[in-house]
Design a protein around this ligand. Structure first.
Ligand SMILES: Cc1cc2nc3c(=O)[nH]c(=O)nc-3n(C[C@H](O)[C@H](O)[C@H](O)COP(=O)(O)O)c2cc1C
Length: 147
């Protein structure tokens, strides 16, 4: 099974999410490949069975700058063979814009036909121990959808 995690980070919080995902996939018997948005073309994911997208939210609820090309390319993608999950860091301080990039990417991958097999997740800043059951459920649901 090919599992790919795509992320970017400015201050490191998203990296804590990626590490937690990677650890959880490993615990459940799978290895994930980790990529940054800017270094990833959609065609790199042609063989991917499960794609996890990890966007932080910026500037009034926008997706990360580094992910914009990837986001736009999804407009013309066919991801109907893929199971997908979206989980991203935000800050509740931003009120109605909290974690908006997670919602935007979730809508975008659904439009591309992906099976969004687990509910999109917003993480307050960095992962802490309280988030680990959420990560467990997220990864379990992705794997169950593909197995
Ligand atoms: C200028 C600026 C604007 C931000 N705007 C939002 C926002 O609209 N919504 C939100 O949930 N978080 C917002 N954040 C918080 C970031 O999403 C949060 O700090 C996140 O953990 C950054 O991820 P990173 O550590 O992986 O770079 C903003 C942060 C900065 C510095």
């Amino acid at each position: 099974m090919q599992i790919d995690i795509i992320y970017t980070t400015i201050t490191g919080n998203s990296e804590t999410i990626v590490t937690a995902l990677d650890d959880e996939f490993f615990k459940q018997g799978y290895e994930a490949d980790i990529h940054e948005f800017e270094e990833t073309e959609l065609s790199d994911l042609n063989k991917s069975d499960i794609v996890v997208i990890v966007p932080y939210t910026y500037d009034k609820g926008t997706v990360p700058d580094e992910s914009m090309d990837f986001f736009d390319d999804l407009n013309t993608a066919d991801w109907s063979n893929k199971v997908c999950g979206v989980i991203g860091s935000g800050d509740k301080f931003y009120g109605k814009d909290y974690g908006k990039a997670v919602e935007k990417f979730a809508d975008q991958v659904k439009k591309a036909g992906a099976n969004l097999a687990t509910a999109p997740v917003k993480i307050q800043l960095a992962i802490d121990d309280d988030d680990l059951p959420t990560i467990h459920k997220f990864v379990s649901e992705l794997l169950a959808a593909k197995n």
